[in-house]
Design a protein. Structure first.
Length: 420
């Protein structure tokens, strides 16, 4: 049998390794939120997930409604609470924020155009009225007088809590958040020049800040305040299957593995990038069987890897549907991350749940299908450690294992030639 030449072998292996899916795959949703008692439709602009540490099945979705305020929903789709203290165009939540008296709570930040600034709340499912309560209501919003279109929070490398706000006029501002007596203060630590910011997410393992810039694409910056202001374009519009870009989310399967998911509102798809290499893995659409009532014009998404009760033992994916034919208004569509993962060939990673997750409906080690790996550091979100990967901005879809295989086979071929 004639041996392949090294160039031919290289071409075959690179073609195989770069075989990301091109056509979007179909993923069914299993739950949708019902329209609540609020005026108007088509007004949801963002969504965040609060995970109840005492009972994950009783977690909440918090929506930012640009006409009505903040609304919370249970994971069965029912509306729990409405907070109409001004409007909201973006919302995020982060657990473990220290309060006065030595207690901790989940901090919620809302980009509120009515009050003009970032308005802090705390989330507690046991509180009267549904659990979302404004923190220090007599205090002015953070950075009052400045309008924001996007807000996200994350922990710094030193454990401090940081907030990132996409300015409505363009650009990005980073804050250090500090608890005060009954409230929170925000100290600006960095301004990043950028275009219109429509999506943000921080990857804690790689200390990376991903920014979706309207009309431009996805960019990566350092997440820490001393990381400078220069970013690198990860993918431009027209590349990597993106025709437009909106909100983005991070699925943390482990400390270093997972996916960056970007909404493409024009194509009504969600594009998946490998967390390590940032190579395109594929894309999917969310709808009922046969593609009915598919998600369109999405303005918000959530990807979560931890078990959330018997309904979502393999994690959760949530997308805002801007044109829901079943409810005649916009709403949220929910599905198991396992449904997303198994729609791909080969399947995407599904984070392995703790062995005792079965008490809450978790799958343990035998979840079936998918490639299952352990979350990092015991955190169901997989936000464990990891080192920065300078090659993370490469846009190749070639996987690290494929590159290693290519190198080993090439060395073997060269060795055989020398021996002959």
């Amino acid at each position: 049998m004639r041996n392949l030449s090294l160039p031919a072998l290289t071409a075959v292996l690179m073609s195989t390794a770069a075989g990301a899916q091109t056509a979007p795959v179909a993923v069914p949703y299993t739950v949708q939120t019902q329209p609540g008692a609020r005026s108007g439709g088509g007004t949801v602009n963002d969504v965040a997930l609060w995970v109840n540490p005492a009972n994950p099945a009783d977690s909440r979705l918090i929506t930012a409604d640009q006409n009505n305020g903040l609304f919370t929903y249970a994971l069965d789709g029912g509306e729990v609470q409405g907070n109409t203290e001004g409007t909201s165009v973006s919302v995020d939540v982060l657990g473990g924020f220290p309060l006065a008296g030595g207690t901790n709570a989940a901090l919620v930040l809302s980009a509120n155009p009515t009050l003009t600034g970032l308005v802090p709340y705390v989330m507690d499912a046991t509180a009267d009225g549904g659990g979302l309560t404004r923190l220090s209501p007599t205090t002015a919003p953070l950075d009052q007088g400045v309008s924001y279109g996007t807000v996200r929070m994350a922990r710094g490398a030193d454990g401090t809590i940081q907030a990132f706000g996409g300015l409505a006029a363009g650009g990005l501002r980073q804050f250090a958040l500090t608890p005060t007596d009954g409230g929170v203060t925000g100290t600006p630590v960095r301004d990043i020049p950028a275009g219109g910011v429509v999506g943000l997410v921080v990857d804690p393992a790689y200390r990376a800040l991903y920014v979706a810039q309207q009309g431009q694409g996805l960019y990566r910056y350092g997440a820490d305040a001393d990381a400078g202001t220069q970013g690198t374009q990860v993918v431009g519009l027209g590349d990597g299957g993106l025709t437009s870009v909106g909100r983005i989310a991070l699925y943390e399967a482990s400390g270093v593995d997972g996916y960056l998911v970007a909404s493409d509102p024009n194509a009504n798809t969600f594009v998946v990038f490998d967390r390590r290499t940032l190579g395109r893995v594929g894309a999917f659409q969310l709808g009922l069987d046969a593609g009915t009532d598919a998600v369109e014009q999405s303005r918000g998404l959530v990807a979560w890897s931890g078990a959330l009760g018997t309904a979502f033992p393999e994690g959760l994916f949530v997308a805002h549907d801007g044109v829901s034919s079943s409810t005649l208004t916009d709403n949220l569509k929910l599905t198991s991350w396992g449904n997303v993962a198994r729609a791909f060939s080969p399947p995407l990673i599904i984070a392995q749940q703790p062995a005792d997750a079965g008490v809450d409906g978790g799958t343990g080690n035998d979840g079936g299908g998918g490639v299952i790996i352990n979350p990092g550091d015991g955190n169901p979100n997989g936000s464990g450690g990891g080192t920065d990967d300078d090659s993370g901005c490469g846009c190749t879809s070639t996987s690290v294992p494929a590159i290693a295989t290519l190198g080993l086979l090439a060395m073997s071929l060269l060795g055989r030639r020398r021996r002959s």
